[in-house]
Design a protein around this ligand. Structure first.
Ligand code: BJ8
Length: 424
């Protein structure tokens, strides 16, 4: 394994503090992931990526910068990666998913801020994540109040460009998002010195669509019973899709799918066919947040789908590839992205429709409605989600938690009781 210490020093990281994270992660990963039985061979690539998460990909990004390229860090699935890749730059997800970074965020943010925001700010300000050091510019968005204010604080330390996401879905809102994409193109062109041409944008649209198609194929395998891959593994694949090179990622996901489809043909699964099938809906789970999946699956039930931004919201709907002029392409991007149903929209009936549709598609027996602590959007929308599921006769459990391990046993008890109710 190469030694990345000098790279981290060159990035201005706090290497002593970072060592503590490096010590903790392999143990947690081993316990959560490598303890699983009958893991697909195709997961080995993703296990390797995560075992080297602060080494291999950061080194590639730095190499890209040495060749004169830029790296943009993003925090939301509404930010169109296509624009960034079209300008010869690289987009990388930056959401923090570890408790390790939370205290750093709490130095500058109210403690009643969601852990995703606290961890993201902490990872940058404490200088303990290479991705947060490498990104030349962060791209934020106006999705929730906590993020909006966090951008201002981060902007004191690193350039942050903020996209103004409309919060309704009328025609004028789609048009407003189209305008925002135009402004992003102008910003990215100025920052990179590269022009976004229709040819380059067309290539980038196809590139990101290929990744979406591969992830959709992976999720389709999970509709089978017995399910051929654990929810934990599928979640890891989704999380890595935010960081990895999109073409390589699509290839590796497709390779994994070849194996899973063979498993399906042979009737092989990782859980018994009669185990209760669980959907998780709600706040995103940024890497390495595997807590709830681990609890559910070690309690005997597979997570078969996530209605979240680290699940179907990330890849459902393709961008129309038939447009060849810039105006049409930008319109197609706006239309595709505005089909995502985040709780920051009002009203947001599309999300409820998605949840009810996914219950059928994935033969879900019970839904866990998951909110990150202090995430007002998902915690509040939970009322409507639970109401709709109850009306449809689908058992639902609402859980609110953070990144710490403190409530682990309490959650396990509640999940266990819920699985008993499902009575399979
Ligand atoms: S499209 S879910 S990625 S905003 S969990 S920071 S909402 S307080 S992450 Fe999100 Fe985009 Fe929506 Fe998806 Fe705020 Fe809630 Fe924290 Fe959140």
């Amino acid at each position: 394994m190469p030694d990345y210490r000098q790279m981290w020093i060159d990035l201005g990281m706090d290497v002593e503090k970072h060592d503590l994270l490096c010590e903790a992660l392999p143990e947690a990963f081993g316990e959560i992931y490598l303890s699983q039985e009958h893991r697909p061979e195709g997961m080995n690539f993703f296990y390797y990526v995560v075992s080297e998460i602060h080494g291999v990909r950061p080194a590639e990004l730095i190499e890209h910068q040495k060749q004169g390229g830029k790296v943009f860090g993003t925090f939301c699935v509404y930010v169109p990666d296509e624009v960034i890749f079209a300008a010869g730059a690289i987009a990388t997800g930056l959401c923090g998913g570890s408790q390790f970074w939370v205290p750093g965020g709490e130095k500058v943010l109210p403690s009643n801020t969601c852990p995703l925001i606290k961890a993201s700010v902490g990872a940058r300000l404490d200088r303990t994540c290479p991705f947060f050091r490498i990104a030349d510019m962060f791209i934020g968005e106006t999705t929730c109040d906590g993020k909006k204010k966090a951008w201002e604080i981060l902007n004191q330390d690193v350039p942050v460009y903020v996209m103004d996401l409309p919060q309704m879905k009328r025609a004028k809102d789609v048009a407003a998002w189209e305008d925002e994409i135009r402004l992003l193109i102008a910003k990215v062109e100025e920052f990179t010195g590269n022009k976004v041409t229709p040819e380059l944008l067309g290539d980038a649209i196809r590139l990101i669509n290929r990744k979406r198609e591969a992830l959709a194929r992976l999720y389709r395998t999970r509709q089978n019973s017995p399910v051929p891959i654990s929810g934990k593994d599928a979640l890891l694949v989704s999380q890595i899709a935010f960081y990895d090179d999109p073409a390589r990622d699509a290839d590796m996901v497709n390779k994994l799918c070849d194996e899973l489809e063979q498993r399906i043909a042979g009737g092989e699964g990782v859980f018994p066919a009669n185990a209760p099938r669980i959907m998780i809906t709600g706040s995103p789970m940024a890497i390495p947040n595997w807590k709830l999946h681990h609890i559910v699956e070690t309690s005997g039930a597979p997570v078969v789908v996530e209605e979240s931004c680290t699940g179907v919201r990330y890849f459902e709907h393709l961008v129309d590839e038939s447009q060849t002029a810039l105006d049409g392409q930008i319109r197609a991007l706006a239309e595709r992205y505005m089909q995502i149903n985040c709780a920051c929209f009002t009203p947001n009936p599309g999300r409820i429709e998605d949840i009810l549709r996914l219950v059928k598609e994935y033969k879900v027996d019970g839904v866990i409605d998951y909110s990150l602590q202090f995430c007002n959007l998902y915690t509040t929308e939970s009322y409507l989600v639970q109401q709709a599921l109850k009306e449809a006769g689908i058992p639902v459990l609402h859980l609110e938690t953070d990144y710490s391990e403190q409530d682990f046993e309490q959650l396990r008890t509640r999940v266990g009781a819920f699985l008993e109710i499902l009575g399979k």
